[in-house]
Design a protein around this ligand. Structure first.
Ligand code: NAP
Length: 488
């Protein structure tokens, strides 16, 4: 073979592992997974904060191929998800294909022999015909650019870097942020802390979760009846995919119903009208991620918990100073302040045809064709790439469609005696024009700030429609959309 491997996959999170498993199942053995950490699991390895769980029902939160997990709850918690990822890797014998402790620093397209040259932090070089990026979108913690953070004399922790066995008993704790991670963290730690202050910059829409443990019999029945398991998955899938209509900017029955359920949830769980108003979002439903929780509002009602909605001005040695001049003295600051979106190349310098960097190609914001391929970067397939995030469903279905698309493309290389496929610029541009036009009608284009948008307001993370729309769009690998590069 002219390269070290046919395929290099960057990242051993769920997407990278699923790509590897799918390749193996299709009979492809010439691939390697490069993982910078020492273990698998990506986001589910990193997010170990108390209360960490999935906000999509367990039975939807898995790939459709291979064995389905024996979930213990309607909404699985982080340890169970990570455990199932480990079982998946064992089942497909993936550990033998992963190089741990291998951070990719650059990946460059070498035009002369149509090869990707991947360099790692240790200076080694790996060549491949195909590059698959599976580094996720959210794994570099953001601390909200908080002034004075380093001056704090207590303990600072981020939800995505939670210290093992951190004991908050008797501690005065600040939780900065009130997003997806915070609404899980706050109820989980409120009972432990002496006092917990939650710093909210903007409130979120919350929906009831209705989580419960699954009984032994129920679990056994599902395991004994694969058709029943599939039918449960299918019905949850279709029910949830209809929620995509709820993320429209304009009023429609689905959106109006969800917004009403959310406002009723607030009404029912927060009796104090003054607190309720502070928790009421003032932007369009779905503009930020809608959060699913039953115990966040009740946690805020506890005697030892306060909600502060005055802006954080800076961090000082003793605690958090808010814009009204008040110093909130604490022992621990928990930053639930989210992530720097990694769409801009995940820390890897990628250079395509003519040495053009991906960073340069994406100056106006990340763009791809079907969220997967980028013009000028032949044979590069991005998993969870631009505009493939969802506000209503399990991201794993999007990733699985991308994996299928990439596998079909790899198979098409041989069928067309091609060395590489490079998506035609006009095909990618037309796709993105249509996408951006559709996105103007979604709630993501509303008046809130969110990580879905660039500072210029372009929505680069989210898909505008249903998963079915995406599945249809990606079901065929259309060679005519691509320039075929031959081996020189
Ligand atoms: P996030 O949703 O971006 O929330 C960050 C929070 O920090 C927001 O409340 C934000 O306020 C606040 N914040 C940021 N900078 C601040 C500052 N300088 N001062 C005060 N507040 C500040 O981050 P996340 O909660 O970690 O979630 C990120 C994404 O991860 C989610 O959207 C979701 O996709 C994923 N996630 C999923 C799950 C799950 O259950 N599957 C769980 C956790 C996370 P503003 O809203 O005003 O910006």
């Amino acid at each position: 073979m002219r390269t070290d491997y046919k395929i290099v996959i960057i990242g051993a999170g769920m997407a990278g592992l699923a790509m590897a498993a799918r390749l193996k199942l299709s009979g492809e053995t010439s691939f390697v997974v490069l993982e910078k950490a020492d273990s698998i699991g990506g986001t589910w390895r990193d997010n170990t904060y108390p209360g960490a769980a999935c906000d999509v029902q367990s039975h939807l939160y898995w790939f459709s191929f291979g064995e389905q997990p024996d979930w213990s709850r309607v909404y699985a918690t982080q340890p169970e998800i990570l455990h199932n990822i480990e079982l998946f890797a064992e089942h497909h014998h993936l550990h033998e294909d992963i190089r741990f402790g291998t951070e990719v620093t650059t990946a460059s397209w070498r035009e002369e022999d149509r090869t990707w040259v991947v360099r790692t932090g240790t200076g080694s070089e790996i060549t491949a015909e195909v590059l698959v990026t599976a580094w996720g979108q959210l794994n570099q913690p953001s601390y909200g650019e908080m002034e004075g953070r380093e001056t704090f004399t207590g303990l600072s922790v981020h939800t995505a870097r939670w210290p093992e066995d951190l004991d908050l008993t008797g501690k005065r704790v600040a939780c900065v942020g009130s997003g997806a991670s915070a609404v899980q963290l706050v109820p989980a730690i409120a009972g432990q802390t002496e006092h917990l202050t939650v710093f909210q910059r903007s409130p979120n829409y919350l929906l009831p979760r209705m989580d419960r443990a699954l009984g032994d019999e129920e679990r056994q029945d599902l395991l004994n009846d694969p058709a029943g398991y599939t039918s449960l998955r299918d019905s949850l899938y279709h029910e949830r995919d209809r929620w995509a209509d709820g993320l429209s900017l304009d009023s429609n029955p689905v959106r109006d119903e969800f917004q009403q359920i959310s406002l009723n949830h607030l009404e029912q769980q927060v009796p104090d009208p003054e607190l309720r108003e502070r928790l009421r979002p003032t932007y369009e439903f779905g503009c930020k991620r809608v959060l699913i929780t039953d115990d966040y509002y009740p946690a805020l009602l506890r005697d030892n918990v306060d909600l502060v909605d005055t802006a954080v001005e800076r961090i000082e040695p003793e605690g958090v100073r808010t814009a009204d001049g008040r110093l909130h003295e604490v022992d621990v600051i928990a930053y639930a302040t989210g992530f720097k979106s990694l769409l801009v190349a995940g820390g890897v310098e990628i250079a395509g045809r003519g040495g053009r960097s991906l960073r340069d190609a994406w100056q106006q914001g990340p763009e791809a064709y079907l969220g997967t391929t980028v013009s000028g970067f032949p044979n590069m397939f991005m998993l969870y790439g631009p505009n493939t995030n969802l506000g209503h469903h399990s991201i794993l279905f999007m990733v699985e469609s991308q994996i299928d698309y990439a596998v079909r493309a790899i198979e098409a290389l041989a069928e067309h005696s091609a060395a590489a496929f490079d998506v035609r610029p006009e095909v990618m541009a037309e796709h993105n024009d249509r996408l951006q036009e559709q996105l103007t009608r979604t709630a993501f284009a509303g008046s809130c700030t969110s990580w879905y948008k660039t500072p210029m307001g372009k929505i680069v993370n989210n898909w505008p429609g249903s998963i079915e729309d995406y599945r249809q769009a990606t079901k065929d690998f259309t060679v005519a959309d691509y320039e075929i590069l031959r081996t020189p």
